[in-house]
Design a protein around this ligand. Structure first.
Ligand SMILES: [Zn+2]
Length: 119
């Protein structure tokens, strides 16, 4: 719901209150026909405000459904990027490729200096 429709819904409520006031004044003046007309208009504006609220909920649900449908399947792209960044960091800080592949259990005896290990 944007600002214009929100303001319009607020104006419907204000108009409804104003029309109800007109209905009361008409009834006090003895013009029951006008009073009933204003009461009808009050109900009409109240229904318009309720319709705005219902429409807002429908739009919100449709927007959520479209967003969920448009989202690519699988994990979030940001989560995948984080995993890739962590994997590159682990590879860059490993002492040798064999150590990186075996999670530090083995080392390449020909090239590894075991610079990052204490064992
Ligand atoms: Zn190593």
């Amino acid at each position: 719901m944007n600002h214009l429709t929100r303001a319009l819904a607020g104006l419907y409520v204000l108009a409804s209150a104003g029309l109800l006031r007109c209905a009361v004044i008409s009834e006090q003046s003895g013009t029951t026909g006008y009073s009933l007309f204003f009461v009808g208009c009050t109900v009409l504006f109240g229904l318009a405000a309720a319709h705005h609220a219902w429409h807002r909920d429908q739009l919100h649900a449709a927007h959520a459904l479209l967003e969920r449908t448009a989202r690519p399947p699988g994990p979030h792209a940001a989560a995948v990027a984080d995993e890739i960044a962590l994997a590159w960091h682990g590879l860059n800080t490993a002492c040798c490729l064999t150590s990186w592949e075996t999670h530090g259990q083995q080392h390449d005896p020909t090239h590894c200096t075991r610079k990052d290990t204490t064992a």
